[in-house]
Design a binder for this molecule. Structure first.
Ligand SMILES: Nc1ncnc2c1ncn2[C@@H]1O[C@H](COP(=O)(O)OP(=O)(O)OP(=O)(O)O)[C@@H](O)[C@H]1O
Ligand SMILES: [Mg+2]
Length: 239
């Protein structure tokens, strides 16, 4: 049973249809790759699900409930978490304070309770020296912190928008294992946007390909990469 569904989800920015009649679904415990060329509509699609954009037409359902008109803050509270393609750690806050903010944003936690929860979550993700300012953290630690911030809303659904960008191959492997571990332990439904096909191949159970806002292919990675439309729209260009 899918926990998240979109039906003919569409958004137009002026004359540009950034997301065009997308039917999509996610199941708990599954990781779906969302791939496609620059400007295909991947981030816009996540923003529509998180409630940052209002669709021109179409609907979003969580657990069968129509949440198309729900505000982003409320969507976070009912279980939609995401990381951002452009990350913006609060630099004058420490690691633990950044993660605490996630708990304070989406759950009715007191500050001491948020701190306790943030410390536990950081430990689970292998983050230490929690009082450090973010300026003293390396890129892998920053990415783990962004994952922690997204997990702090206690999501059922998690979207990761180019989480691995900027990581070397060892660091990517570590993030892949971590995402797999939290997906299993928290039974999450995960949508992953990445341009590195090796990451998509290792991490995902299935793949959806967007081009010009439309789904042009979906299925298992091995089949999707052989698809002619996917080859010419995305992979053929050497991406
Ligand atoms: N707020 C906005 N106003 C107008 N146009 C927008 C807005 N947000 C996105 N777009 C346009 O919508 C299209 C899809 O953009 P989007 O950022 O979703 O692509 P993407 O698949 O995430 O690309 P990338 O791989 O480069 O991150 C692009 O043409 C973009 O310029
Ligand atoms: Mg994007």
């Amino acid at each position: 049973m899918s926990i998240l569904q979109t039906k003919k989800l569409t958004i137009k920015f002026g004359g540009l249809t950034a997301v065009n009649e997308v039917d999509f679904s996610l199941e708990s415990g599954h990781i779906v790759g969302i791939i496609g060329p620059n400007g295909a509509g991947k981030t816009t699609f996540i923003n529509l699900i998180a409630g940052l954009h209002t669709p021109t037409s179409g609907s979003v359902f969580l657990d069968g409930e129509d949440i198309t008109a729900m505000k982003p803050h409320k969507r976070a509270r009912i279980g939609i978490g995401r990381t951002f393609q452009l990350i913006h750690p609060l630099e004058n806050l420490s690691l633990v304070e950044n993660v605490m903010n996630g708990f304070l944003f989406a759950q009715d936690f007191s500050v001491p309770k948020a701190r306790k929860a943030a410390v536990l979550l950081c430990e689970e993700l292998g983050l230490s020296r929690l009082e450090r300012p973010t300026s003293q953290m390396n890129i892998l630690e920053i990415k783990k912190m962004e994952l922690a911030k997204a997990l702090a809303v206690n999501p059922k659904i998690l979207f990761l928008d180019e989480m691995m960008a900027g990581l070397n191959s060892d660091e990517s492997l570590e993030m892949i294992s971590l995402v797999q571990k939290v997906t299993r332990s928290k039974n999450l439904a995960v949508g992953v946007v990445e341009h590195v096909m090796g990451v998509i191949k290792q991490l995902t159970h299935s793949v959806v390909v967007l081009d010009g806002g439309e789904v042009i292919a979906q299925g298992k990675y091995e089949d999707v990469v052989k698809n002619e439309r996917v080859q010419s729209a995305y992979l053929g260009g050497g991406a």
